[in-house]
Design a binder for this molecule. Structure first.
Ligand SMILES: [Zn+2]
Ligand SMILES: [Zn+2]
Length: 460
């Protein structure tokens, strides 16, 4: 059987390949893929920035697609008895390390433990490493980790199984029974954020009140329609005041936006003694977090990765009940639309709290102008750092210092000389020569840019 497969061959390079489907092995099922979801992590996988590349787990070429739903096309020997051809199924994300047909007792020690699948260093994660993702017409998958959905389940709900499982795990780890003021915050208005919101509103014995903090007006409206008590645009100041009731902030916060600033925001809106569950991935960006804020307020930071088998049982239950509202925003037809879908999901540098890009540009232009001005004022410094006596392609070993310079600039000049010896010395002369006039010109240009940006910002 010939199948089409989307393959990422390098950062931002994708191919649609045609190849033969692998035969359905022992304990395996072939699934005809009907729908695949694209989330922010897919963008990171496509761009090559996802953390798994850095740790060496994921590598190119890679077949993406970790959020999927399909129909059983073929079953191999030794599969669970309840499976039939034609059933609507979804599949667990992490499939452990052992051939799935092995009896539990014969399986790897780490995989056998509760939550062990995701801790096993030899595990396979569908669409990330070890197992191809679902951006192909037919996927070969361990039958034991398939979950059957009612035949009437719409594909736009079934395709949410994986992010829903991720949300289920985060809620499970948060232990809702411990929420002491019945108020919860979700930071992030993406699919996982909106699924979390729905889960929280239905999961707990006590009626929870949920506030959702996001950056996109349409999604915030959606959150409100889904039952959020408060849907707050992070560009608007005063979120802490809005969340404070009788002097107290909510004691449970989920961070599902996956940006460094969202993590900081999540920590800042959590009550002392509370818990912040982090489930967003930022594409390996570092977070500048003052840990005093964690220590002094005795916060618990809890990471929650993907999902585990028990979360998938809950997913099957929720999808079978039909009480979930789909949060799919766009639908594209055919595997060739993969890149278009990625570009659609690619988030603008939405930051929490949101900062207008013009604001940042203004700051940059102003700083650049100040820097250029300071250079113009210290011509002596520039002269010292720049004057490398170059004649007939021969660098003199000593830097000609014409005035007092700092150690740093002299060192910089020495570096220039040693570099100059390696390359064409005549070409090096100009880049190191700068005059006060040039610096003043630059300062003027940057000032004008800053003024224009400031004007645009005020007109908004
Ligand atoms: Zn995802
Ligand atoms: Zn294992």
């Amino acid at each position: 059987m010939e199948i089409d497969v989307v393959t990422i061959t390098g950062p931002k390079v994708v191919e649609l390949r045609r190849c033969r489907a692998a035969p359905c092995g022992d304990g395996e099922a072939l699934v005809a893929i009907k729908a695949v979801g694209v989330c922010a992590t897919d963008v990171e996988l496509f761009d090559g920035t996802m953390g798994y590349y850095h740790s060496g787990l994921s590598r190119f070429p890679l077949v993406p697609g970790h959020e999927w739903a399909g129909e059983v096309l073929e079953l191999g020997p030794r599969v669970p008895e309840h499976l039939r051809v034609g059933q609507r199924v979804v599949g667990e994300h992490c499939t452990g390390c052992e051939p799935i047909e092995e009896e539990i007792s014969a399986r790897c020690r780490i995989c056998c433990r509760p939550g062990g699948l995701l801790r096993c260093p030899r595990r396979k994660e569908t669409g990330f490493f070890g197992r191809e993702g679902a951006f192909q017409t037919v996927l070969r998958f361990p039958a034991r980790q398939l979950h059957v959905l009612p035949p009437e389940t719409p594909w736009d709900l079934a395709v949410l199984a994986e992010p829903l499982a991720t949300a289920c795990k985060a809620v499970r780890l948060a232990d809702l029974a411990k929420v002491d003021n019945s108020r919860v915050v979700v930071v992030g208005d993406g699919a996982v954020g909106l699924l979390l919101l729905q889960l929280l509103l239905t999961s707990s014995a006590q009626r929870l009140r949920v506030a959702l903090l996001g950056a996109q007006a349409a999604r915030l409206q959606r959150a409100q329609a889904l039952g959020a008590e408060l849907a707050w645009d992070v560009a608007v100041p005063g979120v802490q005041t809005a969340l404070t009731e009788e002097g107290e902030l909510p004691s449970l916060v989920f961070e599902a936006a996956g940006t460094p600033s969202a993590v900081k925001l999540a920590v800042s809106v959590c009550a002392p003694g509370g818990t912040v569950v982090l489930l967003g991935l930022s594409g390996n960006l570092p977070v500048e977090l003052c840990t005093d804020k964690v220590v002094l307020r005795q916060l618990t930071l809890r990471g929650s990765l993907s999902s585990e088998p028990e979360d998938w049982l809950r997913v099957r239950e929720i999808l079978s009940l039909g009480c979930l509202t789909s949060v799919v925003t766009h639908v594209f037809e055919g595997l060739q639309a993969y890149e278009t879908a990625i570009e659609h999901v690619r988030r603008p540098e939405a930051s929490y709290p949101h900062r207008a890009p013009l604001d940042s540009m203004f700051r940059f232009a102003l700083l650049a102008a100040l820097f250029a001005l300071s250079r113009a004022d210290s011509q002596e410094f520039l002269g010292a750092a720049a004057k490398i006596d170059v004649s007939e392609g021969q660098a003199k070993p000593e830097v000609q210092v014409t005035s007092e310079v700092t150690d740093a600039s002299a060192a910089a000049a020495r570096v220039s000389v040693s570099e100059a010896k390696e390359i064409d010395l005549n070409a090096v002369e100009n880049p190191y020569l700068a005059t006060g006039a040039t610096a003043e010109c630059l300062a003027l240009i940057f000032m004008i840019v800053a003024c224009v940006i400031c004007y645009l910002e005020c007109c908004k």
